[in-house]
Design a protein around this ligand. Structure first.
Ligand SMILES: [Fe+2]
Length: 255
């Protein structure tokens, strides 16, 4: 921003007899309509302010017009203060969210099998998969908002069997989910640090306000599930845990 010292500062040092401001000092008139405040410059006054500093937008933009409003058709018009490093970090996060979503979808398919039949687990992982895909979409929307380009990368093929000899399938799946949520948290923190490194306050704010809090909540919730399943073991209690998951989902969808 171009700031210039203004000769209008002389009003601050004027004597008692000098009661009227010079003609180049802005003297706003103020009106209130309902709760809206409107400030207008009186007709014939210049743009100089009482503070002695003046923002001259036309002077400011004319030297950078080509940079601020690019004319090449493939260049984003909206992009502003968004580094290449931030752009690729957002694309990496989209890939992380999709990968996690894919694994949760595989877990849904496993628990929905006729010879497994744990509908609470199946629905829990189906919802989790949808949620992670939603996160990917949120990052895609953000990438476009900042004038970056979404580049989708490959998703790895997940496992399809989740039964563990010692732990059983329920505990093993929930421990897997906990490790995935912690991994996602690590990736989000990395993305936030890319924003900090590039002085991208908007990216930092987006990650912090939309994701980091929610991620901590998810880690706490799944940690509790893991702790409860460790108490339960592999037997009859798993069926009760599954019923509890069904009840929780019913409440969630009703709300
Ligand atoms: Fe996520």
């Amino acid at each position: 921003m171009l700031l210039k010292a203004s000769p209008a500062l002389s009003i601050l040092n004027s004597g008692v007899g000098d009661l009227f401001p010079p003609s180049n000092v802005l003297f706003p008139s103020t009106t209130c309509r309902g709760s809206r405040l409107s400030v207008r410059a009186a007709k014939g006054t210049s743009t100089k302010s009482l503070t002695g500093v003046v923002f001259e937008p036309f002077e400011e933009v004319k030297k950078d017009m080509d940079l601020l409003v690019p004319t090449t058709p493939l260049t984003s018009l909206a992009r502003h203060k968004f580094s290449d490093e931030s752009e690729s970090a957002v694309n990496e996060q989209i890939n992380v969210e999709y990968n996690v979503s894919y694994i949760y979808h595989a877990l849904y398919a496993y628990f929905d099998r006729d010879n497994v039949g744990l509908k609470g687990f199946a629905n829990f992982f189906k919802d989790s998969s949808t949620e992670e895909r939603g996160h990917a979409e949120k990052f895609m929307e953000y990438q476009n908002k900042r004038g970056g380009r979404v580049k989708l990368q490959s998703i790895l093929m997940p496992f399809s069997e989740f039964d563990h000899e010692e732990k059983g399938d329920a505990l093993y799946a929930m421990e897997l989910a906990l490790s995935l949520e912690k991994l996602t948290n690590e990736k989000l923190l990395k993305l936030q640090s890319v924003g900090v490194k590039n002085n991208d306050v908007q990216l930092v704010d987006f990650v912090e306000s939309e994701f980091l809090g929610e991620q901590v909540e998810a880690i706490k919730k799944i940690s509790e599930y893991v702790a409860q399943l460790r108490r339960i073991g592999k037997g009859h209690g798993v069926w009760h845990f599954d019923q509890m998951l069904l009840d929780e989902q019913e409440l969630l969808h009703a709300g």
